[in-house]
Each structure stands twice: as C-alpha cells, then as structure tokens.
Ligand binder design. Structure first.
Ligand SMILES: Nc1ncnc2c1ncn2[C@@H]1O[C@H](COP(=O)(O)OP(=O)(O)OP(=O)(O)O)[C@@H](O)[C@H]1O
Length: 231
C-alpha cells in the first residue's frame, strides 16, 4: 500500500535522506527509529510532500504519488501527526478537529465517535483553546485531528516526546486500536524504544539519512535495535 523506493532528499547541499526504502501495510505499524538528526522527520515530510525528492519514488494505494502536492496526498488519505503537534493555539479544540475536514467531501465532514472514545478529554474540552491544553492533551488533539480525515496511511512523528506516562499509555492504546481496525497503515517515528517495540510489526533503524538495520516483529531483538540506535 505504501512503497517508498530509494529516495534521496537534500536541503541545499546537505543530503538528509540517502537511498531510503520502506514499506507500510494496512493493519500494521512500521516503526522508524534512530537518534536525533538522522533523518526521521525528513522522511515523514517527504512522504507528505512538504519537501521534493531529488530521486526515488513513492507509491501509495497503487498510484505513483512522488510528485503530488501535500493537499493531493491528504485527499488520497495520508494523515500526519507532526513532531511538536502543530495544533492551532487560538482555535478551540473543536475547531482544531474540524481542520481535519479539509480533504473530505462535504457529506463526510463529521468528527468520528472513536476520537472521543479514545480521548474523552477532547470531548470535555471542546470549547477550550488549543493553546490552553497540556502537551499531552495537545498530542491527543493532534492524533484526533488526523483521525478526522479518515486516513488510510497515518504518519506519527515522535508522539511520546515530552509526554507524561499516563498519556503515553492512552496514545499507545489509540495506535493499537487504529492498527486493529485493519484498514489503516501506520508509520511511527520514535526514539522511545519500549513504546515502539510494544506496537511495531516492522522496524527500521536510521543513521545519517539511511536505513541501516531492519527487522520484523518475528525476529525482533530489542537489545540489537538499541545497539543499532547507539552506534
Ligand atoms: N529545513 C531544513 N533545512 C536544512 N537542514 C535541515 C532541515 N530540516 C532538517 N535538517 C537537517 O537534516 C538532518 C535530518 O533532520 P531530521 O529532522 O529529519 O532528523 P530526525 O531524525 O527527525 O531528528 P529529530 O529526532 O531531532 O527530529 C539534520 O542534520 C537536520 O539538521
């Protein structure tokens, strides 16, 4: 469903992605791991179309989307929960959720009930401004907003970063729930290894812009992943 082949991305003269290939399938979580600055965020931003590739290809749902604009990819069902959440601080929680309507047809513009069953706090704070929420609540809002557009592919950039343990549990439950629906492919960028190991079906460790180690859940060895991340 998502097939990324040999992509290269540059910021000016600096190469951020070097021949990266990864795949994602519905009902599965693909984890991308690695230290700060190895290119994980660049990979997700390349997938949503925020940066053009120098070479390589991205196929999604049977179509070549390598040269599509970000809004065209969103319409095809690519949802993104960015690092730092990027919620709108002056809009209410409800208005933030409704920004997820953008790629949807008018008839489909409703907030799905499971957003509130997974994150009840959002229901109780619908009228509050996004900027008044705690970091953990903002993260839940960012995931809820991505769910509103009914993604077929959900990209999450370090959703546990700076979040308290009880909310990390809620976020883990939400990701499991979305995986178990069976029709959403999930790419999870993480540095929190235990969290990734609990949720992941496939794993890729990046270093200096390249995937240098990968494995599946069947041959997962967390100690080896940890060693690869530390090298
Ligand atoms: N807009 C940009 N312009 C120039 N260089 C950039 C830009 N964004 C990222 N970089 C550089 O590209 C490299 C990869 O950064 P990237 O943010 O993709 O890594 P990361 O693995 O996501 O790290 P982090 O965990 O800190 O988010 C880094 O050296 C970074 O400094």
């Amino acid at each position: 469903m998502l097939d990324v082949k040999d992509i290269n991305l540059y910021y000016g003269a600096a190469q951020a992605l070097r021949g990266v290939s990864i795949a994602a399938e519905p009902g599965k979580v693909t984890c991308v791991l690695g230290r700060n600055g190895v290119g994980k965020t660049s990979l997700l931003r390349a997938l949503v179309g925020q940066y053009p590739l120098a070479s390589g290809s991205i196929t999604f749902d049977g179509a070549d989307i390598t040269h599509l604009k970000p809004y065209e990819r969103a319409r095809k069902g690519i949802g993104f929960v960015p690092q730092g959440r990027e919620i709108f601080p002056l809009l209410t929680v409800e208005e933030n959720l409704k920004t997820g309507f953008g790629p949807l047809k008018r008839a489909d513009r409703s907030i799905p009930d499971d957003v509130f069953s997974l994150f009840p706090v959002l229901q109780s704070m619908l009228g509050r401004r996004g900027g008044d929420l705690s970091g953990g609540q903002q993260q839940q809002l960012a995931i809820g907003r991505a769910m509103v557009m009914r993604p077929k592919l959900l990209l999450l950039d370090e959703p546990t970063e700076g979040i308290q343990p009880s909310i990390i549990k809620d976020i883990g439950r939400a990701i499991s729930y979305l995986r178990n629906l069976g029709n959403i492919a999930i790419v999870l960028v993480e540095q929190y290894l235990d969290f990734a190991c609990e949720l992941g079906d496939n794993f890729a460790v990046m270093d200096r812009g390249a995937v240098k180690y990968s494995c599946t859940r069947a041959n997962l060895d967390p100690a080896e992943i940890s060693r690869q991340m530390a090298l």
